[in-house]
Structures are given as C-alpha cells and as structure tokens.
Write a protein that binds this ligand. Structure first.
Ligand SMILES: *Cc1c(COP(=O)(O)O)cnc(C)c1O
Length: 493
C-alpha cells in the first residue's frame, strides 16, 4: 500500500509522507494505491468497539505505522474528550437512524478525524526524521478550524494557522475560534467567502518561491483540511461502526444493504463512505445532501460541474462551498484512475469554472444521488422533527433529513438509511431557535442558547457554555491576498 497523486506525477509516497505533505507537489490529492478488501473479514468485525475497529481499518491503510504507534494514536484521540463512550452513537428516532458525530470537543463531525490527525502527523514527523517546524495551514467554513485548533494546540514543533470567512460562519463558530488558547495558534478572519479562503490557502501551497522562503527559515507546510488523506481515512471508520450497530441491534442482518445520507460541502465526509463501499461495506446509495449551493446536485444529475454562480450564505454555513475539493478523488476513481482526464477536468475548472464528465464516467456514479434543501426546508424540518419526535437537530443534519424524505418519496427504495448528524444544534442556536418558531431579536448569543435549552429541555454542551467566560485572543481581519504576509509576520520571518 502506497499513495499516489490524482494528477499522476508518478510519485509514490508512504502513508506518513502523504500525511506530512497534505497535497501532492503536482497539485493533486493523495489516494491509496488500492482499497483494502474487507468482504471476507466483515463477519469478524461487527463486535469490535470503536477504538479496535478504528485500529483494524486504519492499520490497512497506514502500513508504515507500527501497530503500537497506531494504537497509541487512536487511544490518545478517542478518550474522554468525547462525551460518549461509543464516540459516534447511533440514535433511532421513529424509523430513522441518526449517526451523532458531534460528541467531540468542538461539537462537529470534524472532531472524529481532527482528534486523531495531530497524533498521526506527529508520529509521521518522527518517522521521517523531519527537522523542520510544521505549519498547518487551514481554511475553514466554520467547523474544521476550531476542531483543528483544539487538536493541534500546544503540540511541539507544529504551528497552526486558521483562516475563516468573517461573514460566513455562525456567531458561535466565530466565538469558538476567536477565544482559542494555545502557544502555537494563529487565527484570522478573511474578507471573502469560504471558496476565497480555500483558494488562497491552496495557492500558498503551490507557490514554490514562498515555500522556499519558509523552508529556509525552518518551516514546512501541511494541511488539516480534508485534502489531507489523514483527515479522510479516520472518517471511514464510523460508516462501518454505524452499520455494525444496526446489525448488533437486529435492525438489519449482516450483508443487508443500507443507505447513508450525508450533508455535504467539501465532499470529504461522503467520500469516506464511498471508500467504505469500495472496501466491501454493503452500501446501497450514498445520498449527497446539499443546501442551496447545489453544485453537486446538478453534477450528479447532469455530469456537469459548474461553479459559475454566486455562493449563497445559508443557515448551514459549513456547507457554503462551491469548489468541493474531494470530488477530485471521486473523479479519479470513476475515470478508472486516469490522471490525464483529471488534469483536463481540473484545468477546465480553473480556467472556465466548469467541466463535464464523459458518459462512461457518469455511468460509474450510480452509487450517488443528489438532493438539496432550501433554508425554508431546513427550518420546517427542524420544527417538524422536534415537534413530532422531541429530537433536536442542527441545520446541516436537517438538510440531510429533508433530502432523505425526498429520496423516499421519489423512489421505492425501502432500505434502512443512516443520517449523518454532523453538528450539535447549539452551534447554530439562533437559526435553530427561529426554526422552532421563536423570535431571537434583541437576544445576545448566550441568551439565545439559554432560551433554546429551556424550550427544548436539552442541556447546553459544556464547550459552548464555557465560551462565555473566555477572552477574545484573535481579532485579525485580512483581505485574502494579504495571507502570505500575515503568515510571515506571525512566524517572525
Ligand atoms: C464540514 C461540515 C459538513 C460538510 O462536510 P464535508 O466533508 O465538507 O462534505 C457538514 N456539516 C457540518 C456541520 C460540517 O462541519
């Protein structure tokens, strides 16, 4: 098992090198040389607890990690930072299954990978005798930033810089980042949207001159975004884990097929589901749930990916994205790993803002189906699910729920479906409160949170209630073209 680039520069790297580099030098994304086949082994796996299952799966991919190294990383990640011993509990509500991925320290699904990645990276640095300081460069649509900051804070020889769109994240997400402590963290808002932030960060990665300067001064870039394969692989685990949960609870029989509904932005989470399917997990459909930034919905329908449209700010800000980076990894698979095709498509995307895939490639997309929800659909869904089932969901999860209902109405498919619940409703408390029919005018963020708690009789998660007493450490605001100089200032070079 080794890792290669989707854009095909013949480079073969180990897992630890792929994790350190983040992005391949040719601008492509690292992918595993093949998918481990678990079809024969699945029947031995369904009783494993989360950590053991994570070890079993990741050990197939991270082959240059020793078993002890990997176990130690996993045990450091999935401990009492999570407020559920199951790490990713599955809740049955009426006839739906919600996979709650928000029980980690920052209350979004990003924690599953970002509690582990720092340990994987630290081990990789030692393994490869890297003598430079690593600078983790991260663009965030709201949740990655905080999860990465918590994961990487105060780790020796690593620094982390996070850029978020000043007007594109929820008030709580912003507060979480601005109050971040740690001796090695840099946090800044940028004037622009997430695509601007992500493009600026990617541009820094591919700026050779800038990287040479950094190297001379003893720094080297890496990424905590889902372009890093070390972010993606840990997300495969909960697809298996939740499937096995259904088996253990006799909701399905082993080898029955299920659907997963995934609220999608950068296409990282749902791609991990595709990888799980390639490994033999019995998946019927992966339902790609978008908000009104529905590029992916159009793509699955027509085979054309077109970003020539305005990015909308919605109530599900972590999905306010037009350029879904990880789609490149899917294109690689559905083109039967043809790098020439990928280079051509990515060239078109950069230069014309769109590309169209061939019919052959489109035929390989039949695992996927896309739907989308408007902000109104989201509000009605939150209201409906709470009133009917007394279960509170966040705006992103509501996008998924709505899309699943649509899928069920439009098809005869009655397979069981698992909804990926990607964030705590308290991260988006204002929109959730308003969805429930209350007025939030004149209330500050914490009054909104308390009101939500009172009305719904649910507890405010402690990472949110504790924000109230924290000081603001970061007030930086930059134009996206100022990032390079801002970073140099921060590093003192
Ligand atoms: C990041 C995020 C998503 C989208 O995940 P991708 O891997 O970017 O597709 C959905 N919901 C929430 C709450 C998120 O933070």
């Amino acid at each position: 098992m080794y890792y290669l680039s989707t854009r095909g520069n013949k480079e073969k790297v180990t897992a630890s090198q792929a994790i350190i580099n983040g992005l391949s030098a040719d601008g492509g994304l690292y992918v595993p040389s093949k998918f481990p086949d678990l079809r024969e082994e699945i029947k031995n796996l369904y009783t494993l607890d989360y950590c053991n299952l994570a070890f079993y799966i990741l050990n197939k991919f991270l082959v240059d990690f020793s078993e002890d190294e990997l176990k130690s990383c996993i045990n450091m990640a999935y401990d009492n930072k999570f407020d559920s011993t199951e790490i990713t509990p599955l809740k049955k509500i009426n006839n739906n299954y919600f996979l709650e991925l928000y029980h980690g320290p920052t209350l979004a699904f990003k924690d599953i990978a970002l509690t582990l990645l720092p340990h994987l990276l630290n081990t990789s640095i030692k393994k490869n005798n890297i003598d430079k300081n690593i600078l983790i460069l991260t663009a965030t649509s709201g949740d990655t930033g905080k999860a990465a900051l918590e994961g990487f804070k105060n780790i020796d020889s690593i620094k982390i810089a996070v850029f978020f769109p000043e007007y594109g994240v929820s008030p709580i997400q912003k507060l979480q980042m601005k109050t971040q402590d740690g001796s090695n963290v840099f946090v800044a808002g940028i004037k622009g949207n997430f695509d601007d932030a992500q493009s600026s960060v990617k541009e820094i990665f591919s700026d050779n001159d800038y990287n040479k300067i950094l190297n001379k001064k003893g720094f080297m870039l890496s990424s905590a975004n889902s372009i890093n394969i070390g972010r993606l692989l840990p997300q495969i685990v909960y697809y298996f884990y939740s499937y096995f949960n259904l088996v253990n609870n006799k909701e399905i029989t082993l080898f029955d097929k299920v659907n997963f509904v995934v609220p999608t932005g950068n296409f990282g989470d749902i791609l991990a589901g595709y990888y799980a399917k390639e490994m033999g997990l019995p998946i019927n459909k992966l339902i790609c749930a978008s908000n009104e930034n529905n590029v992916l919905y159009d793509f699955f329908k027509t085979g054309e990916y077109n970003i020539n449209r305005d990015l909308k700010l919605t109530t599900s800000p972590s999905m306010d994205i037009l350029i879904s980076s990880n789609l490149e990894r899917l294109l690689f698979e559905i083109s039967n790993r043809d790098c020439d095709i990928i280079n051509k498509l990515m060239y078109d995307l950069n230069n014309k803002g769109y590309y169209k895939i061939s019919n052959n490639m489109k035929d390989n997309l039949d695992t996927f189906i896309g739907y989308y929800a408007t902000d109104d659909n989201v509000a009605e869904t939150i209201n409906h699910v709470f009133k009917k089932y007394n279960y509170l969901i966040d705006t992103h999860t509501a996008v998924a729920y709505y899309c699943l209902e649509k899928y069920k109405n439009k098809t005869q498919d009655r397979s069981k479906s698992i909804i990926l619940s990607t964030a705590s409703p308290y991260k988006f408390s204002k929109d959730v409160l308003v969805s429930l029919g209350y007025i939030s005018d004149n209330l500050d963020d914490f009054e909104i949170i308390n009101k939500l708690s009172l009305i719904t009789n649910t507890n405010v998660p402690s990472p949110i209630s504790s924000l109230k007493n924290k000081s603001i450490f970061h007030e930086n605001l930059y134009e996206s073209f100022e990032l390079k100089s801002a970073l140099k200032n921060y590093l003192g070079i």
